[in-house]
Design a protein. Structure first.
Length: 295
């Protein structure tokens, strides 16, 4: 347990986040980007499944809350699109590789490249340094943040806590690993955090509604109005890893640049002495119980 008191990790406990630059090599980042290009090339999405991904509360409830495509994506590889890239019939208005907001939520289980990165020896070693005894991987996402159209910007991600969506008893058992696959800068929408905001619990939760009711998801509580001046930007170089405490408040601004800000992210839960909320949108399935981080 002594490692927890190393300068790096004590900073993580204090701030609720930690940047580890050059955690993955440029080659590893390029292999993930190249693999996602193949996945997108082969993507065939039925029009009725073309869900637009949103982090705004009303839009989340409307698009994702009524969509089986989202609610049953925890153990699959599925595609979620930027706003304004589909016509009313669900046809692409822009090239499909520039239309996607994210791919989720089980790349770590079904794709060999992302599985290898998620369970890489250095990730496992970091888990052990953090004192994780029985960590399991609950979800993964590839986030594009691409400028799809000169007249639009990939959406900002509003301030939130990951534990709003991934709730555990007790709290504090979920940890995000966010990998910059190209330089994340102020102009292309790097992450911003409120240091120390992981110590005051969770202000809202997204829960499954009772069976048979629409929308299928609802929010309990509400996100407070945060002061912009509280946020600290965290520009991160290609290959940098940001550790994100489940309750730290973070956001990303619009991408106003010509370059994308691609990232791979996955969430881990310390399963020892922890119960995963049955009300979370994401649930383990018989086909995919949450796999152990340690192999």
């Amino acid at each position: 347990r002594a490692v927890e008191h190393s300068p790096c990790l004590s900073q993580f406990h204090e701030d609720g986040f930690l940047v580890l630059e050059h955690f993955f090599t440029a080659e590893e980042c390029d292999s993930m980007r190249s693999q996602i290009r193949k996945i997108v090339e082969e993507m065939e999405v039925p029009p009725h499944c073309r869900t637009q991904f949103s982090t705004r509360e009303e839009e989340q409830l409307q698009a994702q809350g009524s969509s089986d495509y989202f609610l049953t994506s925890g153990d699959k590889i599925r595609f979620f699109f930027e706003k304004g890239v589909l016509d009313e019939k669900g046809n692409f208005l822009v090239p499909k590789e520039r239309s996607i907001s994210k791919i989720g939520h089980a790349l770590h289980a079904h794709d060999p490249v992302f599985k290898q990165m998620t369970h890489s020896p250095k990730v496992q070693e970091l888990g052990r340094k953090l004192g994780l005894e029985r960590p399991v991987v609950v979800q993964s996402m590839y986030i594009f943040k691409v400028l799809s159209d000169p007249n639009s910007c990939p959406a900002a991600v509003t301030p939130h806590q990951d534990a709003t969506f991934l709730h555990t008893e007790p709290l504090g058992r979920v940890l995000g690993f966010w990998v910059a696959l190209e330089d994340a800068r102020l102009e292309n929408g790097c992450l911003h955090f409120i240091p120390g905001s992981h110590t005051a619990g969770v202000s809202r939760r997204m829960v499954r509604a009772p069976p048979g009711t629409l929308p299928r998801l609802r929010f309990l509580g509400s996100e407070p109005a945060y002061d912009d001046s509280q946020f600290v930007p965290l520009p991160t170089g290609k290959g940098g890893l940001i550790l994100i405490h489940g309750e730290v408040v973070h956001k990303s601004d619009l991408n106003s640049s010509e370059s994308s800000r691609q990232a791979f992210t996955f969430h881990v839960m310390e399963a020892k002495g922890t119960s995963w909320s049955k009300e979370n949108w994401l649930q383990p399935t018989p086909e995919l119980p949450f796999p152990s981080l340690y192999t």
